[in-house]
Design a protein around this ligand. Structure first.
Ligand code: ZN
Length: 292
């Protein structure tokens, strides 16, 4: 299905740094590995990466035909040939930056950036001894019927309430917060169509501080809290991979809903609206890059 604009990648190396593992974990809803053996596993990762590139290309064409205005022209070439994550290939291409939907850019934009920010915050002062702060993962999920909630209402909700949870329930030294919205799985016949709305947080907190509440303030909200004492790079990778799990239905879900989501978000983006943010010790991206 991919047009002539698509180039063939050959995977040269499968990388296994903590950040690569975190990125692969974040995309695991779209891929499946079964092998335990190392050599087999690398072959499996390479194969599934090539498969994901094809799936992504198919998705780009499907979403465009449904009315996704981006990407066009040169950007379409970048989007079809967006460099995969966790591997080295024989081609040098430019990331498409469509991180709301492109699985590879999602991984770079959220997983890699957040992992780098946390690693810098915990380990830049002393490479062996991390900052003595616990790491807390919070994921809250709400399923909102589409006949009651429209995207405008959801974006407005995010804009007006984004700082509340962290301020009231999770005072921190540094935090990353990401909101995601995805359509419901059309195969799930047990519920009427809904938006899956998630708030995902990683926060660095005092070891003596209490966990945030697992009960949400809205009806039906599920909140999962995980806490890590004695942070290591490996634990950081796992926490980031889990928190930044790719919203599967952006690739698999109903195309009309996904396009509506992308187009509306783009319109809101023009007003400075953002779905994610870094706070406190995790904010200092420019300093991190200067010292890298
Ligand atoms: Zn991309």
């Amino acid at each position: 299905m991919s047009g002539s604009e698509a180039i063939d990648f050959t995977i040269k190396v499968v990388r296994s740094r903590h950040v690569d593992r975190a990125q692969r974990y974040a995309l695991s809803p779209l891929t499946r590995f079964t092998s335990q053996d190392n050599a087999d596993r690398e072959a499996e990762i390479a194969e599934s990466t090539l498969k994901l590139i094809e799936q992504w290309r198919d998705r780009v064409y499907v979403l465009r035909s449904e009315g996704w205005k981006r990407p066009t022209g040169k950007n379409l070439i970048y989007t079809l040939n967006c460099p995969p994550i966790g591997v080295l290939t024989d081609k040098k291409t430019r990331p498409c930056n469509q991180y709301a939907v492109c699985p590879f850019c999602w991984s770079r934009h959220y997983v890699q950036e957040t992992f780098d920010a946390l690693k810098y915050a915990y380990f830049s002062r002393d490479a062996k001894r991390p900052l003595p702060l616990d790491l807390v993962e919070v994921t809250a999920t709400e399923l909102l019927p589409t006949d009651e909630w429209n995207l405008h209402g959801l974006f407005q909700f995010i804009q007006e309430h984004r700082a509340e949870f962290l301020r009231e329930f999770l005072p921190n030294e540094g935090a990353f917060q990401l909101y995601t919205i995805e359509p419901s799985d059309p195969r799930d016949r047990s519920r009427s169509p809904h938006w899956k709305f998630q708030q995902r947080v990683l926060a660095m907190i005092d070891p003596l501080q209490e966990d945030p509440p697992t009960k949400g303030e809205y009806v039906g909200q599920r909140r999962v809290v995980r806490r890590h004492h004695g942070v290591t790079r490996k634990k950081l990778g796992m926490a980031v991979g889990r928190t930044c799990l790719y919203p599967t239905q952006m690739m698999r879900g109903p195309k009309a809903a996904v396009v509506e989501l992308l187009e509306r978000k783009r319109a809101w983006g023009g007003t400075g609206f953002r779905m994610s943010g870094y706070y406190g010790l995790l904010r200092n991206k420019s300093q991190r890059q200067r010292e890298a």
